[in-house]
Design a protein around this ligand. Structure first.
Ligand code: HEC
Length: 119
């Protein structure tokens, strides 16, 4: 009985570090993949928004960690160039999205404008 529980404990002790290593590795692979592969040129503004922005600005642009971008928000009163520059260069704790093409930024701005206009 005593021996059995001793064996069990050491076996658990060995298994744990391995599992942590695998978890850290897959996290790293995920982060590298997210940073190095730009979204496809064919992605729509809505797809780009839900992929890159919705986690912070909300699925419906209602705001979360980031400010709201929808109807009645400050962004609705700001020019397209302000939104484009904010996305390209980031602002405060918002990251920059330098890997987006001008066309993708335009699609994002168009999508945000459509939602602001209630479409
Ligand atoms: C990691 C969270 C995060 C992500 C992802 C993110 N943002 Fe932001 N965004 C913020 C925060 C926080 C602010 C406010 C920063 C400040 O003013 O200091 C902000 C500000 C903005 C502003 C300016 C709003 C205003 O009223 O001045 C715009 C426009 C904007 N984000 C658009 C986007 C778009 C479009 C995307 C996707 C390409 C995006 N954000 C992705 C967190 C994020």
């Amino acid at each position: 009985m005593r021996r059995l529980s001793g064996w069990k404990a050491s076996s658990n002790g060995k298994a744990r570090p391995g599992r942590v290593r695998v978890a850290v590795l897959s996290l790293l692979v995920g982060v590298v993949a997210a940073c190095s592969s730009p979204p496809p040129e064919t992605a729509t503004g809505q797809e780009l928004y839900s992929e890159l922005c919705s986690s912070c600005h909300g699925a419906g642009l209602e705001g979360k960690a980031g400010p709201p971008l929808g109807p009645g928000s400050e962004s609705a009163t700001l020019p397209d160039s302000y939104i484009a520059t904010t996305v390209t260069h980031g602002i405060g704790t918002m990251p920059s999205f330098k890997n987006l093409s001008g066309d993708q930024i335009n699609k994002l701005v168009d999508f945000i404008r459509d939602v602001q206009a209630g479409q």
